[in-house]
Design a protein around this ligand. Structure first.
Ligand SMILES: Cc1ncc(COP(=O)(O)O)c(C=O)c1O
Length: 384
């Protein structure tokens, strides 16, 4: 691979703190034995604190975020139960694809990209079909930068007696998420975004209510069955509390990053991500970009998607930033391909200094295309 390092401001994986990377370089620990078990349990308990999920069963599954999503959905509806997938973007559509691998009874509630999922519409859909016992949805829709109103959506699910299964891949660690308090059924996440680690671990949490359903569900899963993970935790708990070899270096990195996240404080951290996202949005708006998220209050603190100004192809901005600044940002997915840029601002890149230099780069990219941009135009927008 090319040795050039580009700063990662794509919506994950993210730029990592060198201290986290250094954890990966330490001599490997065995993934079993008393020292390991102590360390493993401590890491799971840190995860519960970051998820605000003291009541939950939590597993740090080895795999990409999709592994946790498959575990959460398959574990609950894998015996053919009916599930409603509420979608307003690429990753919501992906949830429906995953659900269809486990059950033929998948209903969808489709909301246009850029709009948030609407609790009232969810309520209507659940009222019309009382057979639906689970709802799957994405918290931060990474394709549009919309942060869905999870607390309100979960409330509707709970009132209608359906478990709320959440893809929290790009929200956990950067956006407010309160598992117990909001009554979530399950969440699935990944380490390479707001949790500030390399990719490779997929934390998943189940509420006691979801766990009851998991226990009575015969799902065609083994490695990704929550029941398999629970069996090893219960039967092999004293020396090997998980079914397979664990990436112990990654677990060390996660232990450190979770400790640091808790030291910063969850609320301070959510507020930091929020401030930075707002500055970026305002700065880009001052350059003629328009947020894909149609309402400001639903714009995500971790991922920003902006439509490019009329006549500007997104790829030209991406290329300029990569070649001239050494910074990678993302392009539009699906229906936004070529029309939008997407920026991940999580962990170390959720800092004002990073946003200022990115805005400078975007100004330069537009000037390079012959647009007249006043020096500091984006920064003035960001400051306002
Ligand atoms: C909201 C969301 N869900 C799921 C995924 C898939 O995660 P992974 O590639 O780790 O499986 C992503 C990745 O960007 C995401 O942003």
């Amino acid at each position: 691979m090319d040795a050039t390092h580009y700063k990662l401001m794509i919506p994950g994986p993210i730029e990592l703190d060198p201290a986290i990377l250094a954890e990966m370089g330490k001599p490997l620990a065995a993934h079993y034995g008393p020292e390991w078990v102590r360390f493993y349990r401590e890491t799971v308990s840190l995860l519960k604190r970051v998820m605000l999920a003291e009541r939950a069963r939590v597993f740090p599954v080895a795999g990409p975020g999709t592994a946790a999503i498959e575990m959460a959905i398959g574990g609950v509806v894998g015996d053919g139960k009916k599930v409603l997938v509420a979608t307003n973007g690429f990753f919501g559509d992906r949830l429906a694809q995953i659900a269809r691998a486990y059950t033929t009874h998948v209903a969808t509630l489709e909301i246009p990209w850029g709009q948030p999922l609407d609790p009232q519409q969810l309520d209507d859909a659940l009222k019309q079909d009382p057979e639906i016992r689970a709802v799957a949805l994405v918290h931060c829709e990474t394709s549009t930068g919309v942060l869905n109103p999870l607390k309100e959506l979960a409330e509707v699910c709970n009132q209608r007696g359906a478990l709320c299964l959440v893809d929290a891949v790009s929200s956990l660690g950067g956006a407010e998420l309160r598992f117990d308090e909001w009554g979530l059924g399950a969440i699935a996440s990944a380490t390479q975004k707001g949790l500030e680690c390399p990719p490779g671990l997929a934390p998943v949490a189940f509420s006691p209510e979801a766990w009851e359903v998991v226990e009575s569900t015969e799902s065609p899963q083994w490695y990704l069955s929550p029941k398999t993970w629970a069996w090893y935790e219960e039967q092999w708990g004293e020396w090997h509390p998980h079914p397979t070899t664990m990436p112990s270096g990654l677990m060390s990195a996660l232990h450190l990053s979770l400790t640091r996240i808790l030291e910063e404080g969850l609320e301070a951290r959510w507020a930091r991500h929020e401030r930075v996202a707002q500055a970026l949005r305002k700065g880009l708006e001052a350059l003629g970009f328009a947020p894909v998220a149609r309402e400001e209050r639903y714009a995500s603190p971790t991922v920003t998607a902006m439509r490019t100004p009329e006549g500007v192809e997104a790829g030209t901005i991406l290329r300029f930033l990569k070649e001239e600044l050494g910074v990678l940002i993302g392009g539009g997915l699906g229906q936004l391909k070529g029309k939008a840029i997407r920026v991940g601002h999580m962990g170390p890149t959720a800092r004002m200094g990073e946003i200022v230099s990115l805005l400078y780069g975007v100004e330069e990219a537009l000037r390079h295309q012959g647009r007249t941009i006043e020096p500091g135009q984006a920064l003035r927008g960001a400051r306002a």
